[in-house]
Design a protein. Structure first.
Length: 216
């Protein structure tokens, strides 16, 4: 497999595996898309393993991109490549933990369960916070690397704007159950779609030694 084809495969896998929520209709409940997307993988849901497997696979793909990015992003991000690699590795770890410590129930549709103390819920929330924080950090590191390499170009500002949008979407989904119940699902769906496209971009920007040599 050529390096170009490998990048395409990784990019496609990042998009497909991270968006298993698009099969939400398997759940059989038309309200399923109005709660957090992770509720599709809750312990009381009929196809929980399908959605959990999607997240675990996505985490594996992210980890592969992170490992390759340590060297593969050097021409793009310079000295920030290893830092971005670590950040993406933490995103991958958090995504895996999100799936392993799945919610006990679809809380937006089960008030009794939502009010019941649960260690699994707290671990899931901690994993989600890890994903959110490291994801925004990753975008910031990419922007910083681009600025250090090429200055504050239009692409740099596009990445900055993207980071601000993602941070706003993440913040909104965190407070939505209190401020606008039922909107967290659709907003989170937009955020996940945008982030999967970001992961695909990171995969596409991977370069191997032959790419570097040809550029010289």
């Amino acid at each position: 497999m050529t390096a170009r084809r490998a990048r395409v495969v990784l990019a496609l896998l990042a998009v497909v595996t991270y968006n298993s929520w698009l099969a939400w209709w398997l759940n059989g409940d038309p309200r399923a898309l109005f709660g957090y997307l992770s509720e599709l993988a809750a312990q009381d849901q009929p196809y929980q393993w399908f959605f959990r497997l999607g997240d675990l696979t996505a985490a594996t793909v992210f980890a592969v991109i992170a490992v390759l990015g340590r060297r593969g992003w050097r021409r793009w991000l310079g000295v920030r490549a290893p830092h971005a690699s670590v950040a993406l590795g933490l995103v991958a770890a958090g995504t895996a933990l999100d799936s392993l410590f799945n919610l006990p129930c679809a809380e937006s549709r089960d008030a009794v369960c939502a009010a019941t103390p649960s260690l699994a819920r707290h671990l899931h929330e901690a994993a989600s916070v890890l994903v959110s924080v490291t994801l925004v950090t990753l975008i910031a590191l990419v922007a910083l690397g681009m600025a250090e390499r090429n200055g504050r170009t239009a692409r740099f500002w596009a990445v900055v704007a993207f980071g601000v949008v993602i941070a706003a979407l993440l913040l909104f989904t965190a407070v939505a159950p209190r401020l606008a119940p039922g909107t967290q699902g659709p907003v989170q769906a937009v955020q996940v779609l945008a982030c999967s496209a970001w992961m695909a971009l990171l995969a596409w920007r991977l370069e191997d030694e032959r790419d570097e040599q040809s550029a010289r």
